[in-house]
Design a protein around this ligand. Structure first.
Ligand code: ADP
Ligand code: MG
Length: 683
C-alpha cells in the first residue's frame, strides 16, 4: 500500500514551517491529507454580471472603464474614495471605504473589475474587492472558495496553502470508490473532484465535483452502516424465539378490538425476525394514534411465551406508568408479571424488582432510562422495545442491548420520518410502517385562533364536557425554564377554575412528585376530571380515548412535530375530536406552523414540513439523534443520492467478493479505520 496523504506532515509543504503548521493544527488540520480535504463552505462569485439582470442589494462583479477623476474624502481616521465607472451603457458610482491608496491607480479610461453590493436606486456599488485586468485580475471570472478560518489564518493564506498542497500532492490523491460505481454513476476521479471543489473553473465543473464527493460521502456512510449490519447477519448469534402461532392468534383474538391490516402486517414482520437466528433491529414507525402499543404487546407476549423476558423503555415516567398499567391489565389473565422501574420507585422496591428480574420472576419490565442503570440485569432478556425512540440516544439503546445476550430490538417512533431520513439515521435498521389508523377514527378538526377568542374557547370546553368528553389544556412553553412552565400551569389552572367553576379541573406539571402525577393522570383517565391543565409532560404517548378537545396556549412557541404530538393526545376514540391552537397572529413563522397544522393531520406530511422549516439538524435535536454531520451532503437536497448510495452499499456488502477480493481492500481498510472510532465495538 502506498503512503497515505494523512501521514504526510504539513511541514512537507513548501513554505510551511512549524508556525504555519501550528495555526493549521488549531483548525483541526494536522496532515497534508487533512488540508486537502478541508472543503470550502461556500464560494464567492467573481463572474461578471450584466447590470440589467441584477437585483437591488445583490453582491455582484461588474467590469467597466473609469469615467471620472476619483475623489477622496477623509473623516476621522476613515476615508471614502468615490469614482464613476462606465459599465456598458450605465454610469455607475463606485465607492470604496478605507482604500485611499487606490486613488493613484484610478486613471481615466483604465479597465477595472469591481465586486460589491449593488444599490439599484443610486446605481452605486459599495466595493469589497477590485482588480485591474491589465494586471492579471486573477479572481475575475472565477468562483473563489471560502474556508472556515480563524486565529491568525486569513482567507487568502488558506487559499494559498490549499492551492500549494494541490499542486504538490494533488496527483497522489487515491481513488477510493470501486470503478464499477464511478462508471455506473458517471463520477469524475477523486483527485479531480477534490481539486474541483477547491477551484471550480466554472459552475458545471464545480457541480460535477460536488456531485462526486457528495456521493462518496453518503456512500461511505452507508457502507459503514451496511457492513455493520451484514456482519451481524452473518454471525447468526441472535436469540431464536420459538413462537407458537396459535398462541399468538389466541392472544390477538382476545383483544378488545380487531387489529388493522397494517398492524397484522408489521406483527408478522416482527415475529418473522424474532424467529430468525440473527438479531432483530427493527424500526416501527407509525403516526400518533396508529396503535403501536398493541404491536409491542404482541411482540412482548411472544418473547415471554418463548421463555424470555421483555423490556419496554419509554421517555417519561407518566408514559411508563401508563404502559405498565395497560400491559399489566392485558397480560393479567395469562399469568405474565409486569413490573415498573422509574427514577421515583423507592429504593426497596427497586432492589426487589432487580432481584426478580435477575431470578426471572418478572417477565416484563416497563421503565424510563432507569432501566439502563448498571445494576439492572436480566435472567434472559429476549426483546427490548423502546417507545418514542427519538428521545433516546444511540448509546443508551446499545447499553440496554448489552444487558441481554443479544436481545432482539424493536424501536418505535411516532415522529414519522421521511423515508430517506430514516435510511440515514437508522440505516442499519429494517423499517416497518403502520400506514392506517384504526377504523372509525375521524380526522381531528384543527383551528388556529387569537387570544381574544378565549370566551368562545371556554364555551367549547363547556360543550364537550356536557357531551361527556374531556379536555387537555396545554400551557405555554417557556424555553429553558421549567420553573416558569410550572408557574404558568398553576396560573392557568387558577384562571380556568374561576372561569369554569362548575367543572373539575386537574393540574399536571413536572415539579409534582411521581405519586401526585400518577394520581392526577389516573383521575383524568377515569373521567373524574373534566379538564386537565398540563405542561408538555403529556406530550408523548398519553392515551385517554375519551378526551376529545386539545387546546394549546401560545401555540406559536411550539415546534411543528411537537404540536402534532400534542394533537395526537385526542382523536384516539370514536368521537369527533378537536384541536384549538391559540396563537399570536403576528408571529410570522408561527403562522406558517399553524397553517401546516390546520391543513393536514398526516404525520408524514407534518414532519416533511417541519424538516423544511427547521432543517435536519434541528429536526432531530443534536445530541440524542445520532444524526450524522455531513461535510458536503445536504440531506434535504441530496435525498436521491442518499438512496442510491444506500442501495449500492447494500449490494456491495452482501456480495462475497466485497469481503475477500483484493479490489475492495481500500474500502475494507476504510471500514477497519472507522470502526476504531466507534463508541461500541463492531460485534
Ligand atoms: P400510538 O401509536 O400513538 O402509540 P396507541 O398504541 O396508544 O397509539 O393506540 C391508540 C389508541 O388506539 C389506544 O387507545 C388503543 O387501545 C387503540 N387501538 C389500537 N389499535 C386499535 C385497533 N386496531 N382498533 C381500535 N382501536 C385500537
Ligand atoms: Mg404510543
Amino acid at each position: 500500500m502506498s503512503i497515505s496523504l494523512f501521514q504526510i506532515p504539513l511541514t512537507k509543504l513548501q513554505g510551511v514551517g512549524p508556525r504555519k503548521a501550528g495555526e493549521l493544527h488549531a483548525l483541526g488540520i494536522s496532515s497534508v491529507g487533512d488540508l486537502i480535504e478541508y472543503y470550502p463552505f461556500r464560494y464567492e462569485d467573481y463572474r461578471i454580471r450584466d447590470l440589467r439582470e441584477v437585483k437591488d442589494g445583490e453582491r455582484i462583479t461588474i467590469q467597466g472603464k473609469i469615467a471620472s477623476m476619483p475623489s477622496l474624502q477623509r473623516f476621522g481616521g476613515k476615508s471614502r474614495l468615490i469614482c464613476r465607472v462606465m459599465v456598458d451603457a450605465t454610469l455607475v458610482t463606485a465607492v470604496w471605504f478605507n482604500r485611499g491608496f487606490l486613488k493613484e491607480q484610478l486613471a481615466l479610461e483604465r479597465e477595472i473589475t469591481l465586486t460589491g453590493k449593488w444599490d439599484q436606486r443610486r446605481r452605486q456599488l459599495t466595493v469589497a474587492d477590485s482588480e485591474f485586468p491589465d494586471r492579471g485580475g486573477a479572481k475575475t471570472g472565477t468562483l473563489q472558495p471560502v474556508y472556515s478560518v480563524g486565529g491568525d489564518m486569513t482567507q487568502a493564506a488558506m487559499r494559498g496553502l490549499i492551492e500549494k498542497a494541490l499542486i504538490q500532492f494533488g496527483d497522489y490523491i487515491p481513488e477510493i470508490l470501486p470503478t464499477e460505481l464511478t462508471d455506473k454513476h458517471g463520477l469524475m476521479a477523486r483527485k479531480d473532484a477534490i481539486a474541483g471543489i477547491h477551484r471550480p473553473e466554472n459552475t458545471r465543473d464545480g457541480q460535477e465535483a460536488r456531485r462526486r464527493m457528495v456521493y462518496e460521502e453518503l456512500f461511505l456512510f452507508q457502507l459503514k452502516l451496511q457492513a455493520y449490519r451484514a456482519m451481524h447477519a452473518r454471525k447468526s448469534d441472535g436469540l431464536v424465539h420459538t413462537v407458537d402461532n396459535d398462541e399468538i392468534r389466541t392472544f390477538v383474538g382476545a383483544l378488545p378490538f380487531e387489529l388493522t391490516g397494517s398492524q397484522k402486517q408489521v406483527i408478522n414482520e416482527i415475529l418473522h425476525d424474532m424467529k430468525q437466528p440473527y438479531v432483530m433491529n427493527r424500526l416501527l414507525q407509525g403516526d400518533v394514534g396508529s396503535g403501536k402499543t398493541v404491536v409491542a404487546a404482541v411482540a412482548l407476549y411472544a418473547t415471554v411465551r418463548a421463555g424470555h423476558q421483555g423490556a419496554l423503555m419509554v421517555p417519561t415516567e407518566i408514559l411508563a406508568e401508563q404502559h405498565a398499567r395497560s400491559l399489566g391489565k392485558m397480560f393479567e389473565s395469562y399469568g405474565i408479571q409486569v413490573g415498573l422501574l422509574t427514577g421515583s420507585v423507592t429504593e426497596r422496591k427497586r432492589r426487589d424488582l432487580i432481584a426478580s428480574l435477575q431470578m426471572g420472576l418478572l417477565d416484563i419490565v416497563v421503565g424510563t432510562h432507569a432501566l439502563i442503570q448498571e445494576d439492572v440485569f436480566f435472567r434472559s432478556l429476549g426483546l427490548v422495545v423502546t417507545d418514542e425512540q427519538h428521545r433516546f440516544g444511540v448509546n443508551q439503546r446499545s447499553i440496554l442491548r448489552r444487558k441481554g445476550m443479544n436481545p432482539d430490538v424493536l424501536t418505535m417512533t411516532a415522529t414519522p420520518i421521511p423515508r430517506t431520513l430514516a435510511i440515514t439515521v437508522f440505516g442499519d435498521m429494517d423499517v416497518s410502517t403502520l400506514r392506517e389508523r384504526p377504523k372509525g377514527r375521524k380526522p381531528i378538526k384543527t383551528y388556529s385562533v387569537k387570544h381574544e377568542l378565549m370566551d368562545r374557547v371556554l364555551g367549547f370546553i363547556r360543550k364537550e364536557t356536557s357531551a361527556g368528553r374531556q379536555t387537555f389544556f396545554i400551557c405555554p412553553l417557556i424555553e429553558e425554564s421549567e420553573k416558569l412552565d410550572v408557574q404558568n400551569a398553576i396560573d392557568l389552572h387558577i384562571q380556568l377554575s374561576q372561569a369554569l367553576p362548575e367543572l373539575t379541573i386537574g393540574l399536571l406539571h413536572g415539579r409534582m412528585t411521581a405519586t401526585e402525577k400518577e394520581e392526577t393522570m389516573a383521575e383524568f383517565a377515569a373521567g373524574k376530571t373534566h379538564v386537565l391543565v398540563s405542561t408538555t409532560v403529556i406530550e408523548v404517548g398519553v392515551d385517554v380515548p375519551n378526551a376529545t378537545l386539545m387546546i394549546v396556549m401560545d401555540a406559536d412557541r411550539f415546534g411543528l412535530s411537537q404540536l402534532h404530538q400534542l394533537r395526537g393526545r385526542v382523536g384516539r376514540g370514536e368521537h369527533q375530536s378537536y384541536c384549538i391552537l391559540i396563537a399570536d397572529p403576528k408571529s410570522e413563522n408561527g403562522q406558517e406552523r399553524m397553517r401546516a397544522m390546520t391543513e393536514t393531520d398526516d404525520g408524514f406530511e407534518i414532519s416533511r414540513r417541519d424538516l423544511e422549516i427547521r432543517g435536519p439538524g434541528e429536526f432531530f435535536g443534536t445530541k440524542q439523534s445520532g444524526m450524522p454531520e455531513f461535510r458536503l451532503a445536504n440531506l434535504l437536497n441530496d435525498f436521491e443520492v442518499l438512496e442510491q448510495a444506500r442501495d449500492d452499499a447494500a449490494a456491495l456488502t452482501s456480495s462475497e467478493a466485497f469481503w475477500s477480493s483484493p479490489g475492495y481492500g481500500s474500502l475494507r481498510d476504510y471500514l477497519a479505520r472507522e470502526s476504531q472510532h466507534r463508541d461500541e465495538p463492531l460485534d
